[in-house]
Design a protein around this ligand. Structure first.
Ligand SMILES: Cc1ncc(COP(=O)(O)O)c(C=O)c1O
Length: 272
């Protein structure tokens, strides 16, 4: 049960979709990555909510929510401690080829978490960066610009990129949300910048409320990090991870990061 296509188990080495699928040809589709802890998925509902919202925006047909949940749950149970990827494609649009949209659910091994992320600030002209548009928040499979940003950062000797808007605002990582501590307050870019509605960000905000940590959401440029003591990356796979460098600026993970990471882990454990 490592791979299901439209709910049917397929051997991983045989798992395939049509070459005529617009998911492949045009990046037309949606995806989610959920985390399985010992075979149980964290925040499944929030991921399905985001998927359904994206599907509405893209007018992308989805399988029934209870089927999606059952498939994800079954694959996660098989994978144990893993990540589970869900991809829904548009399908083909040729008159002579029947290539319906596909729903792929597959578990993948967790890669080793980085010890402390070193990130390279990079302008992201493709990012809405605060300009309103109707697809904001849809987690489409058109991720080539984000992946390219990561490769550019790696070529510059860093682990990943930190995306900066055309106006100079700090946005997010290519696959994670960013935050930092200034005088014990957690600051994080606001949603109106067009960043992804990260499930982890949402859960971290609840965690912060639980432990009495003040959070401020807003718009800042990179100079704000001159006042920051610690920087964190947040995502389903990274959870709350320390960032130890942003370009030339260096940071040492301290009490803010470890307290938030511990509280987040406790929240995850309590919900499983
Ligand atoms: C651009 C972007 N921001 C943030 C995140 C973190 O989102 P989540 O916490 O839902 O994993 C992701 C995850 O893929 C992402 O692609």
């Amino acid at each position: 049960m490592r791979v299901l296509i439209d709910g049917r188990p397929v051997a991983a080495e045989d798992a395939a979709i049509s070459v005529f699928d617009w998911g492949l040809q045009r990046g037309d589709g949606l995806f989610e990555v959920v985390r399985s802890y010992g075979g149980r998925i964290y925040a499944l509902d929030a991921h399905l909510d985001r998927l359904e919202e994206g599907a509405r925006k893209l007018a992308l047909p989805l399988p029934a929510r209870e089927d999606l949940a059952a498939w994800l749950t079954a694959v996660a149970a098989d994978g144990g401690d893993c990540r589970v990827r869900l991809v829904v494609t548009r399908g083909g649009a040729l008159p002579d080829i029947d290539a319906p949209g596909r729903c792929i659910v597959a578990w993948e091994h967790m890669s080793e978490p980085a010890d402390g992320l070193r990130v390279f600030p990079l302008e992201a002209p493709w990012h809405s960066g605060g300009v309103e548009w109707d697809l904001t928040g849809a987690k489409t499979i058109s991720y080539a610009p984000n992946m390219s940003a990561t490769r550019h950062a790696e070529a510059a000797g860093f682990d990943d990129a930190l995306l900066i808007s055309r106006d100079g605002w700090i946005l997010e990582g290519p696959t994670w949300t960013v935050g930092w501590f200034v005088d014990g307050v957690l600051e994080t870019p606001e949603m109106s910048l067009g960043i992804l509605a990260s499930v982890t960000r949402m859960e971290v905000l609840k965690t912060a409320a639980d432990i009495g940590l003040t959070v401020v959401e807003g718009r800042w440029d990179l100079s704000r990090l001159d006042s920051a003591a610690e920087v964190v990356a947040m995502s389903t796979l990274k959870e709350v991870s320390p960032v130890v460098a942003v370009g030339e600026r260096t940071f040492s993970p301290g009490e803010g990061t470890s307290q938030l990471a511990r509280a987040f882990s406790a929240r995850v454990a309590a919900s499983l």
